[in-house]
Design a protein. Structure first.
Length: 143
């Protein structure tokens, strides 16, 4: 399974608490660096755009839930906010998932709320009659 994460790196400087860790005799006031890969909104936008263009499924976190979905349209809603119209086929959902192929599994996601976004090597999934095209993405960048 291949994945894509942006090369953006966040470096955090933090205080090492050696006594709490059971290390004695060291420099208690030393600083340490922690590296963390992060994805910017621009990174996520490019990843979703490429997924729509190449019909590649996505794995991500959205509203603290693990999601598997196929993005079909990327653009802005009436208020100019970035949205993704997608078909969710796996993972977790606040409203629950219906059987595969159900039009009830269409989702309108806020792009800025996606994290840990990566490609999946799964089959492309969709359903007829997506129910949210007019309200989700009115100005499509790609579909």
């Amino acid at each position: 399974m291949s994945s894509y994460f942006a090369d953006t790196t966040l470096v955090l400087l933090c205080h090492k608490d050696n006594d709490r860790l059971g290390v004695h005799g060291g420099n208690v006031n030393s600083m340490g660096a922690v590296r963390a890969n992060i994805q910017t909104v621009e990174d996520i936008y490019r990843l979703i755009w490429n997924a729509v263009a190449s019909k590649r499924p996505i794995e991500a976190r959205y509203q603290e839930r693990h999601r598997l979905f196929c993005p079909h349209r990327l653009g802005r809603n009436r208020e100019g906010q970035l949205r993704v119209l997608c078909y969710q086929y796996g993972g977790q959902s606040k409203s629950g998932l219906q059987p595969a192929g159900s039009p009830e599994n269409w989702r309108c996601l806020v792009l800025e709320e996606l994290s840990q976004v990566k490609f999946r090597e799964d089959a492309w999934r969709t359903a007829p009659n997506h129910s949210r095209p007019a309200s989700c993405v009115v100005d499509a960048d790609i579909d």
